[in-house]
Design a protein around this ligand. Sequence first.
Ligand code: SF4
Ligand code: SF4
Length: 328
Amino acid sequence: MALQALVTDIHSLSAHDGPGMRTTVFFKGCSLRCAWCHNPETIRKEQEITWEAEKCLGCHACEMVCPVKAISFNRESNYIIDRESCIACELCVEVCPAEALKTAGEKYSVEELYERIVKDEPFIKGAGGGVTFSGGEPLLQVDFLKELAKKLKERSFHLALDTCGMVPPEHLQGMLPLTDLVLFDLKEMDSRKHKVFTGAGNERILRNLFVMRDYIRERNLKTEVWIRTPLIPGMTDTEENIYAIGDFLAQEFSGMISRWELLGFNNMCTTKYRKLGISWPLAEEELLPAGQTRYLLEVARKAGKGLKEISFSGLTRREKVVPPRMNG
Ligand code: SF4
Ligand code: SF4
């Protein structure tokens, strides 16, 4: 059977996922459950239905058509879906007169996704960009990914792989010869906290960093590596964590990592959680204060001595300016 992948979105003109202007493909399915996930529609590996309250007319056509009775409405007329029962037949999406229901996750063959990406070729190559495989965790669909990457490489696209590192090592190794840049997430050095924040300890992720380093060195690959650390309020944004990551990277990976990026938290994905019917504890969380991100960047630079480039990107909150007291 021809290989197929589930993709939730394809962003053209993305400026955040590697050098230049890029086309970023979001693969569905993830091996972690990060409390701050910005793409909650990519977490489950199955297709799922999203609902927009603002568009819904309350006609109940979806409820009536569902063959497995997975849809109901509560007293406040909020749509409730039993995701375990849903068989993703999309009958509810077809029947909805208001387009309030959508399917997260579209099936693509290698050829279909390749053709879609190639449409962006003029602006990608004109702006020194490339293609980024993101998610979710793209390496969970590694056979598909390798086929697609081979075809794109024949056309000389710059390819980036955005991974959480929580994957079988052979999946990572299999993609490295086809990858120009790995964007590797390293979120928390304390494994116990990592488990609380993401649902799993960090041992496998750290092991895979070494696997990647050795594989690149032994084969003399030109693959570049950027490490990315999200700064999440009350979780990963501690001096202790940033120092520990910087120290670890400087000790073990100096010379191999060309950039370490600290990424600021924002809650702009709140509507995505709402559409999935998930209550997200970080929905009201504010941006980090600018002073704190500056301080954490200093900590990172101190700990990560020898690393080529350490930067912060994202939005920050301005601290309140207290006016000076007037005499008299
Ligand atoms: S996709 Fe099909 S099974 Fe799932 S809720 Fe809609 S109608 Fe029911
Ligand atoms: S079919 Fe669409 S408009 Fe009607 S109740 Fe369902 S989601 Fe709302």
